[in-house]
Design a protein around this ligand. Structure first.
Ligand code: F0G
Length: 376
């Protein structure tokens, strides 16, 4: 068996890439699909509930799947510099792959609104970080304008190679379950990832020809050679947003998006039309969750299941728990929730939830003993 070196090498024949390309990879993909046990038991519902832990990618988020493709193609096409707007994870990932490629990386981030771990990554990987006095949507507008006037390759998810890389998560899930799940739940910001998953599932079901999404798969035009039916059905795709940043629930852009889940603090999603098509074609839905529900799900995953994801990621599980409890996701279903990023990305939001978990005691046997006995 060949050594696993990353998703491009593994899925070479399913990606728009030449056999002799210089692959820029960090061993991304191949993330665990973890079955939850205590959460379904607590819900009292008979469902097979899995999380696909994308936080275990090399820079700690699903962005690496798209970035290995985007940067490999950019370098192949002669790019010397890449640029992105980001709520944090894209910038961390872009910076890492640019470092590996030996090219420059510029990232526009909302001043004071990205998690500390993500900023640290962009700095360490040598990106030029521009904190803008504005939000992600403003950054995205600027990036598009800048790339028109300078030799900069945009590596946001409007770069079609990003979605191509990210679609491989669906391949992995199908390989592991030997079928598609009944429901696939994701947090939605720009809606690139939900679109990428749908492309992946569709390709495995030999359904690349769906009109609206054929454009997203600009490479196969519905003629992929892997359109041989590997699975019969595709899942219903369910997208969850934070209430303060829920343009899909409001029916249009949100001017001042807010949420504790800064990764999805986005008011004007770039993949709006694709996401609507995904919902319609898959028979899924969008819903919204309060910050409180999101943080509660994040804590539950960490302290019931041993899985520490960042707040935005927990949105998928928060939504799935609600819909499983209500029966909207019926008993007997197989459900996959994507956990998009690692909990260590955002230590501030985590430690702010310490409650009485952290106490300071004297370095003294009796004092420590007493503190333990009080809690046993
Ligand atoms: N979860 C996390 C942890 C994210 O970082 C993002 C997006 C999403 C979910 C939403 O994914 O945009 O494809 O719907 N983060 C981008 C960034 C915007 O700049 O890192 P989407």
């Amino acid at each position: 068996r060949p050594r696993y070196t990353g998703l491009i090498a593994k899925y070479l024949d399913r990606l728009p890439i030449s056999d002799d390309a210089r692959i820029l990879g960090l061993g991304e993909g191949n993330t665990p699909l973890i079955q939850l046990t205590r959460i379904p038991a607590e819900l009292g519902r008979d469902v097979d509930l899995y999380v696909k832990f994308e936080g275990l990618n090399p820079t700690g988020s699903f962005k690496d799947r798209g970035m290995t493709m985007a940067v490999t193609k950019a370098v192949e096409q002669g790019a010397k510099a890449i640029i992105c707007a980001s709520t944090g994870n894209t910038s961390a990932s872009a910076a890492a792959y640019a470092a590996r490629a030996g090219i420059s990386c510029f990232v526009l981030i909302p001043d004071g609104k990205i998690a500390m771990g993500k900023l640290a990554q962009a700095i360490m990987h040598g990106a030029q970080v521009l904190q803008i006095r504005g939000n992600f949507d403003a950054g995205m507008r600027l990036v598009k304008e800048l790339a028109e006037h300078a030799p900069l390759t945009i590596v946001n998810s409007i770069n079609p190679y990003r979605l191509q890389g990210q679609k491989t998560a669906a391949f992995e899930i199908i390989e592991e379950l030997e079928r598609a799940p009944d429901y696939h739940c994701l947090p939605v910001g720009n809606a690139g990832n939900i679109t990428a998953h749908w492309i992946g599932y569709s390709e495995c079901a030999g359904r690349t020809g769906d009109e609206q999404l054929t454009a997203a798969c600009a490479f196969c035009g519905g003629q992929c050679r892997y359109a041989s039916a590997l699975v019969e059905r595709r899942p219903r795709m369910v997208g969850y947003q934070a209430s303060g940043s829920a343009p899909f629930l409001r029916g249009g852009p949100v001017a001042e998006p807010e949420t504790v889940a800064t990764a999805i603090r986005i008011g004007d999603p770039q993949s709006w039309d694709y996401a609507q098509a995904v919902r319609e074609e898959s028979g899924g839905w969008f819903d919204e969750l309060s910050d409180e529900e999101i943080l509660q799900a994040q804590r539950m995953l960490a302290d019931h299941e041993g899985v520490f994801c960042e707040p935005a990621s927990a949105t998928s599980v928060a939504g799935a728990m609600r819909d499983i409890r209500s029966g909207r996701i019926p008993e007997g279903s197989t459900v996959v929730c994507t956990l998009t990023g690692h909990g260590l990305k955002d230590p501030d939001v985590a430690s702010a939830q310490a409650g009485d978990a952290v106490q300071t005691v004297d370095a003294d046997y009796q004092a420590v003993r007493e503190a333990i006995l009080k809690r046993l």
